[in-house]
Design a protein around this ligand. Structure first.
Ligand code: GDP
Ligand code: ADP
Length: 185
C-alpha cells in the first residue's frame, strides 16, 4: 500500500484555505477534511458537541478547544486508511498539541497572503451558509449571481468579511496562530 500522507493547512481568513484545499485534494487524491464541515454536520445531527458548538458560532466565536477536539479527533480516527488534508484545524496551540498526540503529520502548509489581497478577496466572497460553499464574484463566480450552484438557495456576504472588520480579525488570528506556526516549525 502507498504511504499515507497527512497534512494541515493554515492561513488567515480569506487566504484561500477552503478553495486551495479542494484543489489540492482533487489533484493529489487526498480527502479534504474541513473543520467547518464537521461542525455543521454535528449541528445538523444535534450531537452533544454540535449543540454546544452552535451556541458559540451564533455569537461569532470560535468553538472552545475541548469541544472542537472532542468533535474532530474521533472523525480522524475513522480515516486511518486514507491520506488527508485537514483545513480549519488546528487553530490554537491546544488543538495542535491534541492533534499531535493523535497522529503524525507529514506537512503543515501556511498560506501567507498580503493584507490588500485578503481585503480584495473577502470583499468579493459570497457564501452559502448551510453548506459552507464559497464563491468569489471575480475568481470563482456562481453560475447565477447571488445563487448557490447546487441548491439554488441565496448566497450571502458575511458582516465580518467587510474590510473594516478584517484588521481586528487578522490581529486575533495572528495572536492565536503564531504559537501554532512556531510549534510546527
Ligand atoms: N483571486 C483569487 N481568489 C481566491 C484564491 N483562493 C481563494 N480565493 C477566493 O478568496 C476568498 C477566500 O477564500 P476561502 O477559500 O473562503 O478562504 P479561507 O477563509 O481561508 O477558507 C473566496 O471568495 C475565494 O473564492 C486565489 O488563489 N485567487
Ligand atoms: N478549529 C476550530 N476551532 C474553533 N472553532 C472552529 C474551528 N473550526 C471551525 N470552527 C468554528 O466553525 C465555524 C465555521 O468554520 P469554517 O467553515 O472554517 O468558517 P470560517 O472560515 O468562517 O472560520 C467557525 O467560524 C468557528 O466558529
Amino acid at each position: 500500500m502507498a504511504k499515507l500522507f497527512r497534512a494541515v493547512i493554515m492561513g488567515p481568513p480569506g487566504s484561500g484555505k477552503g478553495t486551495i484545499s479542494e484543489r489540492i485534494a482533487h489533484s493529489f487524491g487526498l480527502k479534504h477534511l474541513s473543520s467547518g464541515d464537521f461542525v455543521r454536520e454535528n449541528i445538523a445531527a444535534k450531537t452533544e458537541a454540535g449543540v454546544q458548538a452552535k451556541t458559540y458560532i451564533k455569537k461569532g466565536l470560535l468553538v472552545p478547544d475541548h469541544v472542537m477536539t472532542r468533535l474532530l479527533l474521533p472523525r480522524l480516527g475513522e480515516m486511518t486508511k486514507y491520506s488527508w488534508l485537514l483545513d480549519g484545524f488546528p487553530r490554537t496551540l491546544a488543538q495542535a498539541e491534541a492533534l499531535n498526540s493523535a497522529c503524525d503529520l507529514d506537512v503543515a502548509i501556511n498560506l501567507n497572503i498580503p493584507l490588500e489581497t485578503l481585503k480584495e478577496r473577502l470583499r468579493h466572497r459570497w457564501i452559502h451558509p448551510p453548506s459552507g460553499r464559497v464563491y468569489n464574484m471575480c475568481f470563482n463566480p456562481p453560475r447565477v449571481q447571488g445563487i448557490d450552484d447546487i441548491t439554488g438557495e441565496p448566497l450571502i456576504q458575511q458582516e465580518d468579511d467587510r474590510p473594516e472588520a478584517l484588521v481586528a480579525r487578522l490581529r486575533h488570528y495572528k495572536d492565536v496562530a503564531k504559537p501554532v506556526i512556531d510549534f510546527y516549525k
